[in-house]
Design a protein around this ligand. Structure first.
Ligand code: HEC
Length: 690
């Protein structure tokens, strides 16, 4: 090569850097809002906006969007996760944290990694979450968190395991469903589990190179007799009463964690109480810090910086685990560095992230537990009776919140947040709960308050896509959606918002007006948010499709679209302009038909005991009153529940590799009780013709 040729090559390289340089995932690239080529973090960048600057696909031409490729995922069930894309390679987690790298140009699988969750979880598999919401990438590593509580570093090129740590104390019923988050060479992870255990929430940061713990932050104080870990815990303990530590207290950080590089802080969204019912957890009342809060933690030291509590003294499962989005907004004529947060409690918060000052809080849905947030004190003004003081109260929102973990996005060009919302109440009642003698469960579901184990009618809850202006504090547009359980959103500089629906439609809306501009049915309920990126400069949009998540335990409400267990294929779809593959066929909606065993005499005493046992151990996968929403088979229709011996064998031995846990410790009587309860529910359905 002569001098002239080398100069020409050098000029070429300088002109087309993206074709030759590979992306390094680190603080710089994860802060780069202008990069449309990649989707590097859970919310795309550190700001968690789920906003892409790409405009190739836009409100004028989105009608030309077509299917580029599709990947079948036959072993998956719930698909909830956000795929990440680095230089044309896509990484995602499926059921049981099964991880794949895929060539995003062709849909070919490059490697897979199975962390063997079902084998390792053993009896713990009975905690129903089978899916994880995402993974993280740092430099040349992929970091996954497994449902059973491990954190694993993989070589991004090969999928080979580099290190693995257990993040959960032995024997605890905690699980990880959230995506680990990376920053500054560290990875941070929390966990969930406040309903199955005396749970005490915490987050841990590890050094990514070694897997060694860097710091740990507890959310609620432990037993004062053991001394407090730090001043924050000492301060928090003053807001608790009774022997809260014997119940764990809760506050588990199972979703929202945002790194804020401008203030060297990690902001975590904390969970509800363990148990939910404050009359048990902290019988003399109190705010119960730091439940249902946003907490800023110094990212270098793990020390407390500030907090804002959205629900003092929580008693409804109104946690603040939802996404925490960073934005620069002009408020009252002043530029402010804020965070946007729409927790379960039904208010939309704008908070100064420098010091946690509350800037605004407005209702975004039907809320009957509080009238408003007092801007002087920053505290909600509660409506009398909402703490089910008399033992029973129907309250909006439900335990699923006005907004759950399904991601909101924020478009800095329209100034709007796009939020999947829910309108649904819960009946909270102490009836049948022994408030004085209550003890925390161990791998059973018991929140210290009854909130419904009956089937849920199809119209009990509804959903919407809400476009909310956080500066004007008002709704700009809203679109009604089917069901209450619709997935997260993504928005682009092409004036678009993308979202799937519970009924299986993938829709592109005009970001300013909410008009739908493009729609395809993808053959299964959608529960994951889309992402966008480029391949050879061309914009692509990808989405995992597989009905799933906790909302499926709502019986007929969840089952109304006919996404019955294992009937509809799980797939990864990728769309681009002018691509024209046909959408692959999916079976018609399917509604399992309950079958009665007419000559069996149902023992109502056994069935009654079976009802409460079923609610504690089977409901979360098989649905309330044995009506499945699609997470597991409908036991009223299943062939193995008609004969006691066959049923017993299923329960004792399980089908661990398929997600049905084994229950080897159940007594003959317990299994009889379950059997008679399921038979009773099947007979009821057959007689009612439902
Ligand atoms: C963690 C989720 C989970 C829990 C908890 C769970 N199951 Fe299952 N169960 C499943 C799944 C998934 C399958 C289907 C496995 C397969 O694909 O064959 C299943 C299958 C079954 C079957 C076989 C159904 C058929 O198709 O014939 C029976 C019976 C059953 N479960 C009973 C129970 C009972 C009783 C309980 C409570 C004691 C329970 N299960 C708890 C997930 C669960």
């Amino acid at each position: 090569m002569n001098f002239r040729q080398s100069i020409l090559i050098l000029i070429f390289l300088l002109m087309a850097p993206s074709a030759y340089s590979s992306t390094v995932v680190n603080n710089d690239s994860l802060s780069d809002e202008s990069d449309g080529k990649n989707w590097l973090g859970f919310g795309k960048t550190y700001s968690e906006k789920r906003f892409s600057p790409l405009t190739e696909v836009n409100s004028d031409n989105v009608g030309r969007l077509g299917l580029q490729w599709v990947l079948d995922l036959p072993t998956d069930r719930s698909l909830l996760s956000t795929p990440l894309v680095v230089d044309g390679v896509m990484f995602f987690t499926g059921s049981y944290s099964h991880t794949r790298a895929v060539n995003a140009k062709t849909g070919e699988v490059i490697w897979t990694f199975d962390p063997k969750v079902r084998e390792i979880a053993g009896e713990r598999l009975r905690i129903y979450w089978d899916s994880s919401r995402g993974l993280a990438i740092w430099e040349d590593r992929v970091i996954i968190a497994t449902v059973d509580g491990r954190l694993i570093s993989l070589d991004a090129a090969t999928g080979t395991k580099q290190w693995e740590v257990n993040t959960i104390p032995e024997g605890k019923a905690y699980y990880i469903s959230g995506a680990p988050k990376v920053f500054d060479g560290k990875v941070i992870v929390g966990n969930g589990g406040t309903e199955q255990e005396a749970a005490r929430g915490y987050v841990v940061a590890y050094d990514i190179a070694t897997g060694k713990e860097a710091w740990k932050f507890y959310v609620v104080p432990g037993n004062p007799a053991d001394g407090f870990e730090n001043e924050a815990m000492e301060m928090a303990a003053k807001t608790w009463t009774g022997d809260w530590w014997t119940f764990g207290g809760g506050g588990n950080v199972w979703h929202g964690i945002t790194y804020d590089p401008e203030f060297d802080q990690v902001i975590i969204g904390t969970g509800n109480g363990s148990p939910w019912n404050q009359k048990i957890r902290s019988p003399g009342g109190g705010d119960n810090l730091f439940l249902c809060s946003l907490i800023a933690i110094d990212s270098k030291t793990g020390n407390y910086k500030w907090h804002y509590q959205t629900v003092p003294g929580e008693t409804w499962d109104y946690n603040s685990n939802m996404d925490i989005v960073l934005a620069d907004l002009e408020i009252g004529g002043e530029p402010r560095k804020v965070l946007l947060h729409a927790p379960k409690n039904g208010f939309f918060y704008v908070i100064d992230r420098h010091d946690g000052e509350l800037l605004s809080a407005e209702k975004i849905g039907k809320v009957t537990w509080a009238s408003h947030i007092d801007m002087k004190t920053g505290r909600p003004v509660e409506i009398e009776g909402s703490r089910y003081e008399d033992g029973r109260e129907l309250i909006w929102p439900s335990v699923f919140g006005v907004h759950s973990w399904h991601a909101m996005s924020f478009n800095p060009l329209t100034g709007l947040a796009y939020i999947p919302t829910i309108e649904m109440p819960s009946l909270f009642t102490d009836e049948g709960v022994d408030l004085k003698g209550w003890r925390s469960p161990k791998f059973n579901l018991d929140a210290g308050v009854a909130f419904g184990v009956e089937d849920v009618p199809p119209d009990y809850g509804t959903g919407a896509l809400l476009a909310w202006d956080p500066v004007a504090k008002k709704k700009v547009w809203e679109r009604a959606l089917p069901n209450n359980w619709n997935p997260g959103t993504m928005t682009t500089a092409g004036d678009l918002v993308f979202q799937g629906t519970a009924s299986g439609d993938f829709i592109a809306y005009h970001a300013k007006t909410g008009k739908d501009l493009w729609k395809r049915n993808l053959g299964s309920g959608i529960s994951a948010p889309p992402v966008t990126y480029t391949i050879d400069g061309k914009q692509h949009i990808s989405l995992l499709v597989g009905w799933g998540g906790g909302g499926l335990n709502l019986g007929t409400l969840a089952g109304q679209h006919g996404w019955a267990y294992k009937i509809h294929p799980r797939r990864l779809f990728t769309f681009a302009l002018d691509a024209d593959l046909p959408i692959p066929k999916s079976p018609d909606p399917f509604f399992p038909k309950p079958v009665d065993v007419p000559d069996l005499e149902i023992d109502t005493t056994l069935a009654k005991a079976g009802a409460s046992q079923y609610a504690q151990t089977c409901l979360w996968c098989h649905g309330p009153a044995a009506v499945s929403g699609g997470m597991g088979p409908d036991l009223r229709a299943a062939p193995t529940t008609r004969d006691y011996t066959i049923f017993k064998n299923e329960v004792v031995n399980g089908r661990q590799s398929l997600g049905m846990p084994y229950f080897p410790r159940y007594s003959e009587t317990q299994i009889q009780e379950l059997f008679h309860y399921i038979r009773q529910e099947a007979r009821k359905a057959v007689n009612d013709g439902t």
